[in-house]
Design a protein around this ligand. Structure first.
Ligand code: NAD
Length: 287
């Protein structure tokens, strides 16, 4: 890459395992297109290495870093400040270095809201059912509340994540105007009623991707009303079983998570560079 010289500014991605990530392609394509003198590199970092990784952001005067599993919560004590998105979710996926002051953000939720907006649906004033209270579902619920969703029901099965659903519901009720509650996925009747009640249904469980490819939490098309907006956070495969069931039900607004993935990157890109990511070019590079 001839554009790299003595002035190039480094941005990292710290996670493990991470070599499969599409983020380096996304950001470096955008830097090149806009002639910005940055380079984005992935680093296998977890556990005890994280403190040194964060120290490197300051020492190498990096502009910042993305962070993914298993570092999203663990990085918080190493940072100087947290944005509201990181405070509400208790997780960070983007770090910005302003002259040695490191601020943590979570851009996954912004990615979801912005992608949905581009597709013609605003979360403001909407009733939402979010299934899955993990790394994707929590920021989606939090950002939807920040952006004015009226009511959010967060569903989870009774595994270790149910507690996360209760924690984020409490945080939404305390920090936003939205009203949030939880429901247990084991209660099939309550799940069906929530699907009938919701304007927007988000599946953030990963059911539908490997190793659960070909599976869906909704298998009966009659559970889905035609005007429901359905968003599956999975992007590999591009068409999930839930999306197939939704099409069979005649639902028109059915989306996978690729746009959210690109938009969360675009939000981080804007925080680092102040510029809008050239989304069309990035989409082509990642097709
Ligand atoms: P996670 O492990 O943190 O959370 C998964 C959640 O789903 C948990 O609440 C868990 O209880 C629930 N769950 C798991 N298996 C289930 C099952 N069989 N039935 C019912 N509930 C189940 O995972 P995550 O990081 O939140 O990722 C979830 C999905 O979102 C994955 O498919 C991931 O690829 C996708 N994702 C997409 C984006 C994007 O930008 N599009 C970003 C992050 C994650």
């Amino acid at each position: 890459m001839t554009r790299i010289d003595g002035h190039t500014i480094l941005i990292g991605l710290m996670a493990y395992p991470i070599r499969h990530s599409m983020s380096p392609t996304m950001h470096n394509t955008a830097f090149e297109a806009l002639n910005l003198n940055y380079a984005y590199l992935a680093f296998d970092i977890d556990g005890d290495q994280l403190a040194d990784g964060v120290k490197a952001i300051r020492t190498l005067d990096m502009r910042g870093s993305n962070v993914s599993m298993p570092n999203k919560q663990a990085i918080i004590p190493h940072l100087d400040k947290l944005d509201i998105s990181a405070k509400m979710t208790g997780a960070v996926n983007t770090v910005v270095n302003d002259d040695g002051i490191l601020t943590g953000y979570t851009t996954d939720g912004v990615g979801f809201v912005n992608d949905l907006k581009k597709k013609g649906h605003d979360v403001a004033g909407k009733k939402m059912l979010v299934v899955g209270a993990g790394g994707a579902g929590i920021p989606i619920a939090a950002q939807s509340a920040i952006e004015g969703a009226s009511e959010i029901r967060i569903a989870n099965r009774q595994d270790g994540h149910f507690e996360n659903a209760e924690t984020i519901a409490k945080s939404i009720n305390e920090n936003s105007k939205a009203s949030a509650s939880t429901l247990s996925l084991e209660d099939e009747q309550a799940f069906k009623e929530a699907l009938a009640w919701a304007d927007i249904y988000v599946d953030a469980t990963g059911v539908g991707m490997k190793p659960l490819e070909g599976m869906s939490l909704v298998n009966d098309p009659s559970w889905l009303k035609k005007d429901l907006v359905i968003y599956d956070t999975v992007y590999a495969p591009r068409t999930t079983k839930l999306m197939e069931v939704a099409k069979e039900a005649g639902v028109e607004s059915v989306y996978n998570g690729l746009g959210m993935m690109i938009e969360q990157g675009a939000a981080a890109f804007k925080l680092w560079t102040g510029q809008d990511m050239p989304i069309d070019l990035v989409e082509q590079a990642m097709a």
